[in-house]
Design a protein around this ligand. Sequence first.
Ligand code: GLY
Length: 395
Amino acid sequence: MIDWNSYEKISDKEIKDAFAFSEQMVLKNLEQFTDRFPNAYSVDDFYAPIDNVDWTNGFWTGELWLCYEDVVSQGKTKEAERLRKAAEIQVQSFLKRIENHIEVDHHDMGFLYTPSCVAAYKLTGSETARKAAILAAEQLIKRYHPVGEFIQAWGPMDAKENYRLIIDCLLNLPLLYWATQETGDEKFRTIAEKHIHTAVANVIREDYSTWHTFFFDMKTGAPDHGATCQGYRDGSAWARGQAWGVYGMACAYRYTKREDYIEKFKKVTAYFLEHLPKDLVPYWDLEFGEGSTEPRDSSSALIAVCGMLEMSKYLDKEEAEYYRDIASKILKSVYEHYAVKDLNSSNGLVLHSTYSNHSPYNTCNHYGVDECNIWGDYFYLEALTRMSKDWEQYW
Ligand code: GLY
């Protein structure tokens, strides 16, 4: 059991220093990553450049926008201009990607288009970004199955082996709410709401651990069974899946305002927190606890931090303080023990993240293990941003 009173919160100075270092790193990386993007994961702590073809490209553009916000607030116009120009080049790339249907037959339209294009539109009013994000929302709802009432994650839509949702998708749904708000067309919100209800009803187990993926019967839509892809085994709790559940429940409450989701958020979060080791950064699956030699997933810690900070906006003072306090303590541990501190030792921001770790019981590929992962870097900057101001969020 963690004794939270024995941990310190991240200080304002540490937040400032973390931001200052991250901005130097991001600006340095622009030379390599403006027309191209960092890969989803580093190799020996260095990201290689890729084209705009993976589910993860939006996180890098999101990093540019988060740094842009910070340098604007400091009146650093030269840096702001560099970041904005690079991010705008990438927004063009996202428009091209959706218009030309490049690697968009999956559900990750939210991860791709929210931190890149919705962010761009909110910050600069870019019509290119708005157009791209609305096209992405249109693409996402094509994956909705009325039979079962969910958005299918991966693969061809008519295959039994793909008739499932995954917990990560909760973070793809804010794009749909935004699209309804922008266009006035209720179809996006209606589908998001149906998916949320189906996901919440099925991926959360009785003990408030979570399934990574959940299958439905193709003919009747009846819930069938849970299974893992990236977790250690079917019945374990994949750390990042649980973290997507924490942030996902905060978003679910933000958009639906269903009171029962507050309780679910608290329980899913409690499960995550109860399975943290002493340094507050989970192993890649919550099956593993203090003293394990398994790799960590620092990105899960950061996603959960952002989810707790989001949810604290809707809770009473005492409860909000509880989650902000814990979020701040986890963030301090990441800053102290996991964040990159030397501009030449890596081109990422946060070490010891795990993308996809093969086990004897799962079906996933093996890569990005104990490396930087681009969403870990993004959520580090989002957490720092959330700790430093009342953030007008992208999600
Ligand atoms: N959404 C995929 C992952 O978290 O690895």
